[in-house]
Design a protein. Structure first.
Length: 421
């Protein structure tokens, strides 16, 4: 195993280039199942979750070719297997994204049930309910969802709650269904719009993506295209918070300010100087950090994927604030670790009360999930002394070359072999 060793106390300054978005790339890779043609993606981030998705596609009989750095050709000429096995789904819940495309193309899929995970129970009932409405017979057997259909048909379906991958799964399934599908109460995250945009370029007939009602007119077949993955808004925001928490000045090149508007607004309220241009965002410290409450919500609200990083920042705020997690019921696993670094945080249900402290101090801490890991790295950058973040494999699921990028901004951060875990 590996760990990150951070000597804190250096201000991060400079410019860093954003990578392609993990949460856009994952559904787009699954969407390649919908066509026998070749799909070519550029700016595919080098991440553990991307590797897992490649393994999953290979298992299904799909051909893959990493022809140059960040570029990936996917050709699903034939599907020879229909199983997303437990070993892959348990490491990456987004494996469930093959369910919609497999049903649309093959009429059968065996996908392991994801079960619980570090950030909550995360059921997939909405994915299944939607597919059932489209004519899929679903049985649960030996921990697997066994889905079968003799052909999907269009349907009017309303999600009971906002789900990103749920919307993506049904969107993909409906592209090849017979007739028209109307999905209501859809997720409107930019990654959903990106998927719809790519599917339309492939020949799908999708209207309304980016709003909560999406209409899909089924087509006979889809074609291959070449596409560059959108910038990763969560990675971008994480680097901007790194600048803020270290009293520095960081510019993220290639990121779209409109995708992280809620975060930027909060950073502005917290006393940071925020500058936005069409192709970059800059956040620069003005001295102290003002404590400001936040509540996570589906897009365009404050993203749950920023909650842990924002909490690290608020640990050094000038007074007290409340952080409310409204998307996942158990996404405060970083709190105990931040407390070990000297933070003053109390949790009550979905609320965390963060009382700012003058300084954090380096410690050994354990990463528990992807964004929790990012929050501990940020805290370590700002802390006095040395922080060792263990279990960094969580971090490698979603941040490309993070130590290299942070170092280029002046951080003292190194990856090392971990004998402790
Ligand atoms: N939910 C249900 N039933 C469902 C689906 C969701 O009850 O059928 C609940 C979940 O338990 C959760 C809420 O609805 O409480 C929202 O979950 P959602 O389905 O939107 O999450 P997701 O699609 O599994 C994606 C991202 C997450 C991100 C969330 C919320 C991908 C691959 N993952 O997950 O990203 O936190 O949306 O924005 O797109 C990350 O990148 O670190 C990450 C966890």
């Amino acid at each position: 195993m590996e760990k990150m060793v951070i000597k804190g106390g250096r201000s991060l300054r400079g410019t860093v280039e954003v990578s392609g978005a993990k949460n856009a790339a994952l559904p787009l890779m699954a969407a390649a199942i919908l066509t026998t043609d070749e799909m070519t993606y550029h700016r595919v981030p080098a991440l553990k979750d991307i590797k897992t998705t490649k393994q999953l596609l290979l298992q299904l009989g799909v051909q893959l070719d990493d022809f140059t750095s960040g570029a990936l050709r996917i050709k699903a000429r034939e599907i020879t297997d229909h199983t997303a096995p437990y070993e892959l789904v348990k490491t990456m819940r987004a494996s469930v994204l093959v369910l919609g495309p497999l049903m649309a193309r093959e009429g059968r899929a065996d996908v392991s049930l994801p079960g619980g995970c570090a950030i909550g129970a995360r059921p997939i009932d909405q994915h299944l309910k939607g597919l059932e409405a489209m004519g899929v017979r679903i049985e649960l057997e030996n921990g697997y969802i066994r889905a079968r259909s003799k052909g999907l048909h269009g349907v009017e379906f309303r999600f009971d709650l906002n789900t990103v991958t749920g919307t993506e799964n049904l969107l993909m399934a409906a592209t090849l269904a017979r007739g028209t599908t109307i999905l209501r109460n859809c997720a409107i995250e930019p990654e959903v719009s990106e998927l719809a945009h790519v599917l339309n370029r492939m020949g799908a007939k999708i209207d309304g993506a980016g709003t909560d009602i999406i209409t899909i007119e089924g087509v006979e077949k889809l074609n291959g295209i070449v596409h560059e993955i959108m910038p990763d808004r969560i990675e971008a925001g994480t680097f901007l918070i790194a600048g803020a928490i270290t009293g520095g000045d960081v510019t993220v090149q290639g990121c779209r300010a409109e995708h992280i508007y809620s975060l930027l607004k909060k950073l502005d309220e917290a006393g940071l100087k925020v500058e936005t241009e069409p192709d970059y965002v800059r956040v620069c410290s003005n001295g102290g950090i003002r404590s400001r409450d936040v509540e996570t919500n589906p897009y365009p609200g404050f993203a749950t994927d920023f909650q842990a990083q924002y909490m690290a920042l608020m640990c050094l705020g000038n007074s007290t604030c409340s952080i409310s997690e409204q998307v996942f019921e158990n996404r405060f696993m970083h709190v105990q670790e931040l407390v070990r670094m000297g933070a003053n945080i109390r949790i009550s249900g979905r609320f965390a009360k963060v009382r700012g402290v003058p300084k954090l101090s380096g410690a050994h801490v354990q990463a528990t999930d992807l964004r929790a890991s990012a929050s501990l790295i940020l805290a370590g950058l700002a802390a006095e002394g040395v922080t060792e973040v263990h279990r960094v494999y969580h971090l490698d699921r979603g941040y490309e070359r993070i130590e290299e990028k942070m170092s280029s901004l002046g951080a003292d951060i190194k990856r090392a072999k971990d004998d402790m875990v």
